[in-house]
Structures are given as C-alpha cells and as structure tokens.
Design a protein around this ligand. Structure first.
Ligand code: HEC
Length: 101
C-alpha cells in the first residue's frame, strides 16, 4: 500500500512537472545536521554537487543515485539516508545533481 502511495505521488509529480526539489526538502529531511555549504560531518553540498555533476546528462540518474543513498554502503549506514522515501531521495539527488543551490 505504501509503495502504491509513492508510486502515485511520483506519477503525479511527473505529470505536473513539479518534481523540483530545493533546499527546503533537505532542511525538512534533516540533511543539514551533517551537510552544509562548508564541511561538517558529511561532505559539503558544493562537494556533493561537484561529485554528482557528471550525472546531469544521464536519464534516471537521480532515481538510481537516490536508491543507492537509501541503501547505504557497507559499514556506513546513515539513518537519515535510509529513512528517505524513494520520492524524496530522487528529488534530493536531482537537487544535488543540479548544483545543490
Ligand atoms: C548523521 C549525519 C548525516 C545526515 C543527517 C545526512 N548525511 Fe549524507 N552523508 C553523511 C556522511 C558522513 C557522508 C559521507 C560518508 C559516505 O560517503 O557514506 C554522507 C554522504 C552523502 C552523500 C554522498 C554519498 C556518496 O557516497 O556519494 C549524499 C548524496 C548525501 N550524503 C546526501 C544526504 C541527504 C540528501 C541527506 C538528507 C536526507 C543527508 N545526506 C543526511 C552524513 C549524513
């Protein structure tokens, strides 16, 4: 049921062309306690934007990278990454790929 909800939401966002994420989404999801424009615990937004810039021309990159973020890496499980919904993860990755402004 939950996945149906996300699917519908994703579809709606696609249809309305409103899938624009911004800083607000990062703030709402608690990303700012570890990521900022300068180094905190996590890499800074400009650093991440530079790293993910290469995906700008890749179709579905935000979805793929968002899923990677949610799954986490071996020995590096960050709760804030894992608890993201697929939709939020995609939107946030798109925001980062677009330069994290
Ligand atoms: C508890 C601290 C913490 C929070 C909160 C947090 N992060 Fe992270 N994040 C990190 C650390 C530490 C790393 C670097 C370690 C790593 O690469 O796994 C990281 C890495 C990343 C990366 C790069 C992953 C890679 O390997 O390329 C992205 C993208 C990212 N965070 C996005 C986010 C977003 C979006 C949020 C908000 C939902 C968020 N983070 C919240 C600590 C955090």
């Amino acid at each position: 049921m939950k996945s149906f909800y996300f699917f519908t939401l994703a579809l709606l966002l696609l249809i309305t062309g409103n899938a624009h994420a911004d800083r607000q989404l990062a703030i709402r999801n608690g990303c700012m306690s570890c990521h900022a424009d300068t180094d905190l615990d996590g890499p800074s937004w400009p650093e991440l934007a530079a790293k993910y810039e290469k995906y700008q021309s890749q179709v579905n990159a935000a979805t793929i990278q968002g899923e990677k973020l949610r799954q986490g890496k071996l020995f590096k499980n960050i709760k804030a990454h894992k608890k993201l919904s697929p939709t939020s993860a995609t939107e946030l990755m798109q925001w980062i790929i677009d330069g994290a402004n």
